[in-house]
Structures are given as C-alpha cells and as structure tokens.
Design a protein around this ligand. Sequence first.
Ligand SMILES: Nc1ncnc2c1ncn2[C@@H]1O[C@H](COP(=O)(O)OP(=O)(O)OP(=O)(O)O)[C@@H](O)[C@H]1O
Ligand SMILES: [Mg+2]
Length: 448
Amino acid sequence: FEDIVHKTKPSKREGFFFKKEINSEERLILKGISGIVFPGELLAILGPSGSGKSTLINALGGKLNDSNITKGTITYNGKPLSKSVKQNLGFVAQHDIFYPHLSVNETLVFSALLRLPNSLSKQEKMLKVKEVIDELDLNHCKDTIIGGPLLRGVSGGERKRVSIGQELLTNPSLLLVDEATTGLDSTIARKLVMNLCELAKGGRTVVMTIHQPSSKLFHMFQKILLLSDGNGMYFGKGDYVLDYFSGIGYSPLVAMNPTDFLLDLANGLLWWHSKPGHIKDKVGLLFYYTQFCGFIPMVQTLFTFPEDRAMIIKERSSCMYYRLSSYFIASNVIDLPVQLFMPTLFITITYWMGGLKANASNFFQTLSVSLLYAMVSQSIGQAISAMLFKNDDIYSCGENVTCLVGNYPTIKHIGLDNQGMSVAVLVAMLVGYRLIAYFALIIRMTHN
Ligand SMILES: Nc1ncnc2c1ncn2[C@@H]1O[C@H](COP(=O)(O)OP(=O)(O)OP(=O)(O)O)[C@@H](O)[C@H]1O
Ligand SMILES: [Mg+2]
C-alpha cells in the first residue's frame, strides 16, 4: 500500500422540520501511509486509540465507505482489489458476531457449509473444519457454546480464535485481523499472536492491529507500522524500531516495555498542538507536569542528607566548624536554581507545544504553581531524608565528642519518637484534604 490518504467527507444533514444545515468538517484520518508485507510475514499496526489503525486495516480489506475519500494505491501481488483477490482475503473485524447458542464446532461447520465452494464434498468440508480447529488449538473447547452477554460461553481469546478460524476455512493467503488482542490477558494474547505467527510462517501474509501489546509479544512482530494521529512514524523491521528511535535521539530513560515506549512517543506527537477537543491529551500532559515537578524532585532530594552525612561528619571533626544551619541553608540555596531551572525549561517548551491556553497569564499561573509544587515536593523529600538519620546515630559535636543525632536541637524539636503521632497527623491530613475536596465539590455544583 502506497501513500494512503483517507478523508471523511463533510457531511450535510438537513433538519427534519427546519431548513437548517449541519455541516461536519472534513477530517483527514490517514495522512499518506505506505508499507509492504510479503508472504510469511506478520505486520503489526501499532498506535494510540484514534490514530487510524482500524481505518487503515479496513482500507486494506477494501471495506471503507465509498462516500469518504481514499487516495493512494493498494495492490495485492501487484494487482488491484478484484473478486479473486477478495476470495483470498480473510478479514476479522474488531467486534465479532456469532450465534451464541452454537458450539465452536457447529459455528465453524456452519461457516464451512456456507462459504466453501460446492465443488467440495460435505466430508471434505468437515475435514477442513477439523484442520482449522487443530491449527488454532481449539480442540478442548470445540463442544462449548460460544455464548454472549447473558450466556456464559468460551473465553474471549477462544472467541477471537473462532472468528479467525472462520476466515481460515477458505485458506486465505492474506489475513487481516483488527484488534487481535483487545480485552485479553497477556498470556492468552500471547497464545493468539503465536497462532497468528504460525499462520504467517506457513506462508500466509498476516496484518493485525494491536492495542497495548506486552513486551513478550513485541519480539514476535517481524514488521511494525507505528501510527500517530494518521501519520506513519515508523515502518520497518520490528527488531530495528528501538535502534531507529534511539538513532534520532529518542531512547527510553528507564527500562520499559518497548511498545509502551512507542505508544508514548506516538502520543507525544499528539501533544504537538493537540486540538481543543482533545481533552485527554491535555490531561495527560498536565499529569506529566505533576510527575515532573512533584515526584522526581522529591525522589532526588530523598538521599541528599544521608549522602552528605559522612562528609558533614568528616568536615566538622576536622576542625572545619560550621553550624548545621549553615550547611542546611547552603545546600538549599545551591540546589534551588538547578531544581527550578529544569521544570521551568520543561514547562516553557511543552506548554506552548501542547497547545494549552496561549496567553501569558495562564502560562505564568501554570509555571508558578508547578514551581511551588516542585519546591513543596522537595521539602517533603528533605523531611523524609532528614528523618533517615536514625535516632541512635551519632555525630561528632566537638573535638573527640560525639552526640546523639536524636539530641540535635532541630531533630529533638521535631521529635522522631512520636511515630504514633505522625501517623495520626497523616491520617488527619488524609481525611481533611478529602473533606476539603468534598466541600469544594458541593460549592462548585451549587454554583452551577
Ligand atoms: N467515517 C468516519 N467519520 C468520521 N470520523 C471517522 C470515521 N471513521 C473514523 N473516523 C475517525 O478517525 C480516527 C481514526 O479512527 P480509527 O477507528 O481508525 O482509530 P483506531 O486507531 O482504530 O483506534 P482504536 O485503537 O480506538 O480502535 C478517529 O478519530 C475516528 O473518530
Ligand atoms: Mg480500532
């Protein structure tokens, strides 16, 4: 498929009683997507929700609505979509529909009788069903009913395999599966993808879209197409995708599931001037602000005092007398610019990039609240850090004199012994803040 562009036509609806036209805007859903898959290969289409995965796979299956505009070329062995191509193509939709009272075997027999050509005898059709059941590992549940919302039947993974089985009956050379693993746990998802992998290895071409694959699945994809808001971000070998992104400066900071990383990247592009209606993207961005300004500074400060401790003890015992308060103030003053610089830089760039309200007053409000939040988080980190000086720890409080850390005036004042009291205060804060939230909610709702 080459340079696939898909637009929804502006639809005009007229009011029933009034002559009022409702225009919905033309939307660009796929913005020039290209790729190629060979027999024996499994292509996984990855991307966040709404990025155009289903649209693309529907285009490949020739199932897109004609009233919308699709440009670009899709060829199958070099030829355009024709009746004979369609006969060699299996399409498994996101939502599969079955008769809930039929068993797995009956469902497949039913499909086989209707779909396989009359040139095959009934026995040959039954044999086909048996082959498919073996191939998809469905033997243990072949007499279980499919089930539905009110009727307990086969599991979600088995259900998906039955719908793949229905397509395999005609032995298609191209198999398209939308949302292969959605709603399945990682073990069953893995089994299903392994099934698809085996089918590909048998010489078929398999294309699937997939939501949140686990890292184990990731290594089974020979080819990956990563979509972000209708743009193709990557098309190529699965093994090479992380190298590609690290080559252009994007590597995960911590060890993480490669697909989570890819989806984060794809979502990151969504933040580039995300549309006013995309509230989820903005909430996501603000969530990262809280992480970046709150959690990270707190964890960074957590180990300051225990790390500095040895140095303080050494310096104070080697006649470099300075008050603990001097150390405390110096450590704060030195760290402050660095700790404020990073969040300022981060917010200044991402605020405008993410398309949040573009006026100075909102920007400075966001920035100042975030910086204040960063400083509060650091203080919490410092408090915990200071408490990590254990009570029975000693420090040298003069030449050849050691004192108990617990007797140090500040620490004594805070009182490390009253742990029960601390827990009580924490609980009081927990309840207190929730009450404030509740009352604020009441006030807001009555104002509305
Ligand atoms: N016929 C249509 N008219 C208007 N908008 C459409 C139409 N078809 C798709 N869209 C929009 O195109 C975008 C892509 O849809 P698509 O179903 O391809 O996403 P997806 O990547 O499969 O998402 P998900 O992972 O949630 O299934 C969505 O924002 C959707 O609302
Ligand atoms: Mg979809």
